[in-house]
Design a protein around this ligand. Structure first.
Ligand code: UDP
Ligand code: MG
Length: 136
């Protein structure tokens, strides 16, 4: 049984700023993802706080929300069999220094905070995150 899923990806400000969006999209496409919808936006800090609410008690929360709202981002709905897990694999570890060769974060990430991409971590959160950005 194939399990075609959707997941949410964000190309974060550090990558958009360095014009890496086409190269990152190419990595998704080369790995069998279909970009179903995408848009370039900039969000307010309050929206970033809502999006990352699960991290609100973490010491890095405030900086993380400042960062995500600091410049344009590209939000995308990606589709593939087992897309959530496949995207987490293609992204690589949160800390680019620990990310595997061939992953997006290994290739483009600068640091644990400027790690170029976001990806949903479960099918449940993928639905919530897709709805957060594509609710119209
Ligand atoms: N983050 C950070 N410092 C940390 C851990 C995380 O700045 O010590 C940031 C980083 O940008 C990360 C985001 O917070 O992508 C969300 O953290 P999470 O643990 O959910 O990592 P992810 O799911 O993005 O790999
Ligand atoms: Mg996460």
């Amino acid at each position: 049984m194939s399990n075609v899923e959707k997941t949410l990806s964000i190309i974060k400000p550090d990558a958009v700023e360095r014009n890496l969006d086409d190269q990152i999209k190419e990595m998704y496409i080369n790995n069998g993802f279909k970009i179903v919808q995408e848009k370039k936006i900039q969000i307010e800090k309050l929206e970033a706080e809502k999006f990352y609410k699960v991290h609100e008690t973490k010491p890095f929360y405030n900086e993380l929300c400042n960062y995500l709202s600091s410049g344009p981002i590209i939000v995308m709905i990606l589709e593939k069999v087992n897309a959530v897990l496949a995207n987490r694999e293609l992204m690589g570890s949160t800390n680019p220094k620990e990310a595997r060769e061939g992953t997006i974060r290994k290739k483009f990430g600068i640091s644990i905070d400027k790690n170029s991409v976001h990806g949903s971590d479960s099918p449940e959160n993928a639905k919530i995150e897709i709805d957060f950005f594509f609710n119209d």
